[in-house]
Design a protein around this ligand. Structure first.
Ligand SMILES: Cc1cc2nc3c(=O)[nH]c(=O)nc-3n(C[C@H](O)[C@H](O)[C@H](O)COP(=O)(O)OP(=O)(O)OC[C@H]3O[C@@H](n4cnc5c(N)ncnc54)[C@H](O)[C@@H]3O)c2cc1C
Length: 404
């Protein structure tokens, strides 16, 4: 039994400082510019790649060489403290990489994950394409279809995916498609769409409330043909799994729950980073800004807001680190990953709004970063499982009942 400690290790403290320095020196000063441009900040990705902060090796290091599971959360909090739009531009590829790792064979992971990142001289992106215009939370309702052409050993995909981070500008797209419509979410599989595949195109690019430095768009699959080897996993394993489901033998619900829950602390940590940025900014501001002859922080109503923000942010971080640790040990019991994501999203929205209140008029104009952070924060109640979907998962785990 290892000794209990809530302290970060020396390695984690170093990682935290390294990412913080990049966030403070490079990301934070560029946040406004890329929010206004509403474009992927390629020069920042290149700079991050040149120091090893953007790249598959960094992700692998975070995943494999951290027995606590907490390092990724520590790094992401700092990155998103810098700026969430730029942070998401850097992390979108991680969604694709996670999709490949979750479903692919070792050979497929080695082949495709590095291509989601490129290298410092030629930076690339990955995209994970699940959501559809008529199916976001309801994953069993996806319609994008993949049909196997046995004669050519090819899969033919048709459908539309929407709100895809890096959609259409990524090198590698991972697409979830239905292979057996009778089986709902259990009849789906993941496919790699290699670069320049005919029939695959970008649809509408969305103008967004926040996270504007991160590209979001539709992607359209129109008779897209990919080799059989682009099915993640293998045809044999897929056939076996589908046969098991048809015979009612499928027992992968617990495994799927552990996988989903394990990705949530990373998202929660991003929200914690935004909230902390707002707290620090509002604290400094309240100590500087004078009204009625003294700094506004001397009003309890302001100081208590800061006290509540600090307490809530720490609570969100504690849930996040607990979930990250449980995820690594594969010990989730009561949807603790969902709890962390639910809490951190709410705290980010609330704390950035409180920070705007503390800044008064300056909180509402884009000359100051707080209004941007508030816009950025809202997505954490929506993507990677909405607030209500997290509540659904938690309440089902808690009660053991099929709460609708
Ligand atoms: C900026 C951005 C980036 C994104 N990036 C990606 C990406 O890279 N890849 C990807 O695949 N997707 C991505 N998404 C999609 C995102 O994951 C979905 O928007 C999200 O899952 C919600 O789905 P929806 O929008 O269809 O909402 P819906 O599922 O239609 O939900 C609408 C409302 O109904 C509620 N609701 C739905 N079902 C229930 C229920 N059973 N009980 C109670 N309430 C319910 C929801 O909580 C929500 O409030 C992104 C979205 C955005 C905005």
């Amino acid at each position: 039994m290892s000794e209990f400690s809530l302290e970060l290790s020396e390695d984690q403290l170093q990682l935290q400082k390294w990412v913080h320095d990049f966030a403070e020196g490079v990301i934070r000063p560029a946040g406004h510019e890329w929010d206004v441009k509403e474009e992927t900040p390629w020069p920042i990705l290149e700079e991050a790649a040149s120091i090893g902060l953007y790249g598959w090796e960094f992700m692998a290091e975070m995943m494999m060489n951290d027995p606590t599971g907490i390092s990724m959360s520590v790094a992401l909090e700092e990155l998103f403290w810098g700026d969430a739009g730029i942070g998401m531009a850097m992390m979108g590829s991680g969604l694709a990489a996670a999709g490949i790792v979750a479903a692919g064979t070792n050979e497929q992971v080695m082949e495709w994950v590095p291509q989601c990142y490129g290298d410092a001289t030629d930076v690339k992106l990955g995209a994970f394409c699940a959501s559809e215009p008529d199916a976001g939370s309801d994953v069993a309702a996806y319609r994008t279809r993949a049909v196997y052409d046995e004669a050519k050993d090819e899969w033919v995909l048709n459908g539309t995916k929407t709100w895809i981070t890096n959609g259409g500008i990524a090198e590698i797209h991972v697409v979830i498609a239905v292979v057996d419509p009778e089986l709902g979410s259990k009849g789906q599989a993941s496919f790699i769409i290699p670069p320049n595949t005919p029939g695959f195109s970008m649809g509408q690019k969305f103008a967004k409330h926040g996270l504007r430095a991160s590209h979001t768009s539709e992607v359209v699959l129109d008779d897209v043909r990919v080799p059989g080897s682009c099915l993640l996993g293998s045809k044999e394993r897929l056939d076996e799994r589908l046969a098991g489901v048809r015979e009612g033998k499928s027992n992968d619900r617990q495994a799927a729950m552990q996988t989903f829950e394990a990705t949530r602390p990373a998202v929660a940590a991003q929200a914690v980073g935004i909230a902390r940025a707002a707290l620090e900014y509002a604290t400094d501001y309240a100590k500087e800004r004078e009204a009625f002859g003294r700094p506004i922080v001397y009003n309890q109503s302001i100081a208590f807001m800061l006290a509540d923000m600090a307490t809530e942010i720490d609570a969100a971080r504690m849930l996040t680190h607990r979930a990250a640790w449980l995820g690594k040990q594969r010990k989730f019991k009561n949807a603790e990953g969902s709890m962390a994501k639910l809490k951190a999203g709410r705290v980010a929205v609330w704390a950035t709004e409180r920070a705007m209140q503390i800044l008064g008029g300056y909180g509402y104009v884009n000359e100051y970063p707080v209004e941007r952070w508030h816009r950025d924060a809202k997505i954490y109640d929506i993507f990677e499982g909405t607030e209500q979907i997290q509540q659904l998962v938690i309440s089902r785990a808690l009660t053991g009942l099929r709460i609708e």
